[in-house]
Write a protein that binds this ligand. Structure first.
Ligand code: F6P
Ligand code: MG
Length: 442
């Protein structure tokens, strides 16, 4: 077999992981603390002095967390008794028992693990201090970014509704062109994540459709033809009314990106390429802008209530999709555990079995890509299938802009060439991939 490389880690001084743990994560924690501070008054009004005391304790836990991080303290077990706490603690024990002689810590352990752990510890600080449990420290940033993307949302909704009117008369070639276009919109929508900007505003302000053509050369791997083949073959080979095509979308960020995902999902239904769409979101606030159930519901409500006809029409249709059960939202604790996806059959067998029912799975965004490939130091030319290490529930496609220093499946020399012309090619979100794997068949 292929040798599995080491995990990315802040122990590699000067790497993006190092820079993230040293600078970006403390910034995110500082922002979270500020947010709680700014909400004191609202909390006082809602819960009285008790609420304020809870807030103060949560703040001090988050400040302590930031201090542990900055002084590279050992990882502590979770104490909040939430359903996934045991799994986290087992994972920690497993690391402690590993070949590294040193205790797991922020600057020594795998980056993926430490970064996930930080978000889980934020949750713990709130969980230990009711009535803070349901407080989302990133909520303001998420809703703000939805509003500042309003014009772009209107542009894409308007385009989509016009197209949808004519969709029933489309030939396959037209359907294909529209699919490729909306997949690219959903792809570039991934640039709008708030964790790369340290929680600073990062929204879509321009009409996303006008820049697609000029962005094409920035798609380093484009397997969209293969994805299309899966979809159209499935549609052509439909034998009876009972064959149902199921597509899963493992969501990433709320805000503009989520809207682009919902448009793609609606298109797949309207075109008859799919019969049911399953969405997967996060069960706790995660990597600043990731979609939770609350964000998902909020977005649908906002769309419906929008003061703009095309937006509210989309919102109404989407609510209907949910009510009719052709859109289904899931959240599974696995998505907020630190595991690479090849561990899913062992760690979350039920989720793996669920994904096996899918005919095609889209994985949105950078973090999902890191987990697909294990966040390891793969060489650029290793194949996507190899990096997946047996994770093959169904045909799958990653739609991701590059925001972390990992990339597989490139042509020989391609990575080196990019590196020579743009030192930030892997971390700036300026490049993207549409990467497909069908290895489940073999
Ligand atoms: O470091 C960039 C980063 O914050 C990574 O930690 C993470 O992989 C990514 O951004 C989150 O991006 P996305 O929202 O696309 O998963
Ligand atoms: Mg994200």
């Amino acid at each position: 077999g292929v040798e599995v490389p080491d995990s990315l880690s802040a122990k590699y001084t000067g790497s993006f992981a190092y820079f993230t743990v040293k600078d970006r994560l403390p910034q995110i924690l500082t922002k979270a603390v500020d947010t709680v501070h700014r909400n004191m008054e609202t909390f006082f009004e809602k819960y009285g002095q008790e609420g304020v005391e809870a807030e103060k304790r949560a703040i001090s836990l988050m400040s302590k967390l930031r201090n542990e991080l900055q002084t590279d303290k050992p990882v502590l077990p979770l104490t909040d008794g939430l359903p996934d706490a045991d799994q986290w603690n087992e994972y920690l024990e497993h690391l402690q028992a590993g070949p590294d002689t040193e205790e797991p810590s922020w600057f020594k352990s795998p980056w993926l693990y430490m970064e996930c752990y930080m978000y889980r510890r934020i949750q713990e600080s709130l969980q230990l201090n009711p009535p803070m449990c349901d407080f989302d420290v990133f909520n303001e940033a998420k809703t703000q970014s939805f509003f500042t993307s309003q014009q772009a949302i209107i542009a894409i909704c308007t385009y989509f509704l016009e197209m949808k009117n004519k969709i029933k008369c489309f030939k396959d070639t037209q359907l294909k062109a529209e699919f490729l276009l909306l997949a690219q919109v959903a792809l570039w929508g991934n640039r709008c994540d708030l964790s790369i900007s340290g929680g600073r505003e990062n929204s879509q302000k321009l009409n996303p459709l006008t820049s697609l053509e000029s962005l094409k050369p920035s798609i380093l791997v484009d397997d969209s033809e293969f994805v299309w083949e899966v979809l159209i073959n499935r549609k052509k080979n439909k034998t009876s009314e009972t064959t149902c095509t199921r597509i899963d979308i493992v969501l990433d960020n709320s805000g503009f990106e989520l809207v682009t995902d919902l448009i793609l999902a609606d298109f797949l239904l309207a075109s008859g390429l799919a019969d049911v769409i399953h969405f997967h979101g996060k069960s706790i606030p995660w990597f600043v802008s990731d979609t939770t159930k609350k964000d998902f519901d909020w977005t649908l409500k906002q769309m419906q209530a929008a003061n703009h006809m095309q937006m509210s029409r989309c919102g109404v249709m989407w609510e209907k999709n949910m009510n009719q059960g052709v859109w289904i939202y899931h959240d599974h604790l696995f998505w907020t555990l630190p595991h690479e996806f090849c561990d899913m059959p062992l760690v979350a067998h039920d989720l793996y079995a669920e994904l096996q029912k899918s005919n095609l799975i889209f994985f949105k965004g950078d973090l999902n890509y890191r987990k697909l490939t294990g966040d390891r130091k793969w060489s650029y030319t290793v194949s996507f299938d190899t990096a997946l290490r047996g994770f093959q529930p169904a045909p799958l496609c990653s739609l991701r802009t590059l925001k972390a220093d990992i990339q597989v499946g490139l042509k020989p020399g391609q990575g080196e060439q990019l590196a020579a012309s743009d030192a930030e090619w892997m971390i700036s979100g300026r490049f993207a991939i549409i990467q497909f794997s069908n290895s489940y068949q073999t």
